[in-house]
Design a protein around this ligand. Sequence first.
Ligand SMILES: Nc1ncnc2c1ncn2[C@@H]1O[C@H](COP(=O)(O)OP(=O)(O)OP(=O)(O)O)[C@@H](O)[C@H]1O
Ligand SMILES: [Mg+2]
Length: 456
Amino acid sequence: MKKQTNLLVVEDDLSMREFLSDLLSSDYNVDCSVHGGDAKKKLLDKAYELVITDVIMPEVSGIEVLKHVKEQCPGTAVIVITGHSTIQQAVELVKLGADDYFSKPFNIDDLLLVIEKTLKHKKFLNERKKSKETDGKPSLFPEIIGKAKVLKPIFEMMRKVAETDATVLIQGESGTGKELVARAIHEKSPRNGRSFIPINCGAIPETLLESELFGHEKGAFTGALVRKFGLFEIANEGTIFLDEIGEMSLTLQIKLLRVLETGTFRHIGDTNDITVNVRIVAATNKNLKDAVANNEFREDLYYRLNVFPLVLPPLRERKEDLDLLVHYFLKKNKLEEKNVGFSDDAFKVLEKHNWPGNVRELENVIKRAGILCAGKEIAVEHLPREIRFAGNTALSGTEIYEKTFKAAKAEFEKNYLERLLERTSYDITRASKFAQVTRAYVYEMLKKYNIDYKRK
Ligand SMILES: Nc1ncnc2c1ncn2[C@@H]1O[C@H](COP(=O)(O)OP(=O)(O)OP(=O)(O)O)[C@@H](O)[C@H]1O
Ligand SMILES: [Mg+2]
């Protein structure tokens, strides 16, 4: 075991070098360097667990070797052996990152013990660092909960893209965390001290959205009583988050394309160009490719936005994260401190459910159950009926006596339609294709069950 550990001894004094080499060779793989320059070369060629270095050497000193190791091979430990140590020098060495230091003459047993202790400690630190980097919830985005395999490439892409100014398009069903991801990218980007301006393009009428985004001059249209800055100016040097970009009108899409291509735009009612430096993150729960095929979204804009596509998976495709998310939301809603948790049966219902509303739906279910359970364990009865029902389409033994076939069928149909609409973003054509029925039949059923199918 020990023989696999590589040590580098850096010492200009021949007798000391040979002494250390002999002492350590029975337990470790030992290489020796006569001076710092040679040590740097060896460190390039081979991975060492530990470097033991003298301080005063011609040309490249031990201090430089120490600095080099800390910068270039942070996983390697360094023990410094000094000719004459003062407290000041010792403090300096520790500050520079030495794991330990000895002054000559030293006790051999002490040195062997310290080498062993240092190697053990360094190994522990290296493993902890490694597990932090690879355990799915990178410390870089601690606010995004999830360790599922499907999230790994997304975290990786987020990490890379955060450092750049590239446009990002986040796609995913409602409640999958698109806004959370957009904010996290901004926070980890060099723009983090500047504003993050979110705007929901689906929630505002077209004319209003235009003046919100691009601003207007006084008198540009009826009601434009004063000159107004656009969000693109307000977000200058920062990030603008264009939520529900799929809802943007074709006319505004052209203006947005211009900002993306040239970094310029004009106030409504003005002919002067305004140049800005804004990072654009856009999100949609629509399938933008379909929207392009249906001529609802400009193809050129789609490709401009889609430089870095991030597709967030629905919760049902990462159910292994349910446990983590449940704990997170119990904590967030101050339920964990009251020792409120899910009963095994209640948790099984969560596992069976297919979560059309994704993480947002889960959080709401937990909030509601937390209130209903009154500080006790969350049981199946504290979960919304549609969840219990959707998770188990077969009626339970007692329920079967309570319902006629007709009532049970109606309940199923209504539930099915509601989920279907959520899933297809209230797009009747997609819903009918998905369910393999005609659009007319979907409308008929919506009317029958009095379901409001206009997008909320
Ligand atoms: N991985 C996650 N970890 C912790 N919280 C999450 C996660 N994903 C989503 N959430 C939470 O779920 C809620 C919904 O997330 P968010 O608003 O980002 O979703 P969205 O995809 O933008 O939804 P919509 O399309 O409906 O706007 C938020 O409260 C968010 O904090
Ligand atoms: Mg959102």
